[in-house]
Design a protein around this ligand. Sequence first.
Ligand SMILES: Nc1ncnc2c1ncn2[C@@H]1O[C@H](COP(=O)(O)OP(=O)(O)OP(=O)(O)O)[C@@H](O)[C@H]1O
Ligand SMILES: O=C(O)c1ccc[n+]([C@@H]2O[C@H](COP(=O)([O-])O)[C@@H](O)[C@H]2O)c1
Length: 204
Amino acid sequence: MGLLGGSFNPAHKGHRRVSLAAKRALALDEVWWLVSPGNPLKPAAGMAPLAARLASAERVARHAPIRPTAIERRLGTRYTVDSLRKLVRLYPQHRFIWLMGADNLAEFHRWRDWRGIARTVAIAVVARPGYDGRALASPAMGWLRRHARPAGQAKRWTMWSLPALVRLRFRPDPTSATAIRAADPAWHRRMISSDRSGAQAPES
Ligand SMILES: Nc1ncnc2c1ncn2[C@@H]1O[C@H](COP(=O)(O)OP(=O)(O)OP(=O)(O)O)[C@@H](O)[C@H]1O
Ligand SMILES: O=C(O)c1ccc[n+]([C@@H]2O[C@H](COP(=O)([O-])O)[C@@H](O)[C@H]2O)c1
């Protein structure tokens, strides 16, 4: 399974494209979207309610092998390292790979126990316009570089010993939630609040 964590404030076609391209490149069954209760590094101001963000994710993921979830709310976790440790225990039948855009890799050294994340699951980084240079020069990459695997072997990721990092290059997609919010600050008011915001386990 691929895991794409995010604020999804709101979800957009970049999330969908990246997920489907990663699914193909890594031969994944599905991509689960972890719609975050709140990114620990982002201010709460300007963050739409979880129900609206999850509803936007459900809309964007429609008819795709993508499962939007608010599982971190159910697990009571906010830091990725905690979420991943719980998911790995909860779903021993699955192997997980963490997907993230290059913008997140550029900041990865600020995440709680980021080396612990890399020791828990494999990581796939997707190129993102404007961020790739910074991501490559980032403090986390200084450590992760020695664990890099060739993209040509990406489909074998479940065989890799950890830590393992693969950089995937697809046609870059410049879509960003920041630009969408700037053009339409009230987007979340139109989202029908969903009963499912209580965060289904993906298989429940
Ligand atoms: N266009 C894109 N190309 C590659 N990765 C992306 C793209 N958009 C989002 N991502 C990745 O998806 C994950 C969730 O992103 P997020 O929900 O923060 O969207 P965003 O567009 O980056 O939002 P914001 O502009 O508010 O920071 C992150 O790992 C991010 O890097
Ligand atoms: O665990 C951390 O310290 C941490 C710090 C910043 C971001 N994250 C996670 O990174 C993912 C992407 O967040 P965002 O807001 O850039 O979409 C999301 O799952 C967050 O919970 C996690």
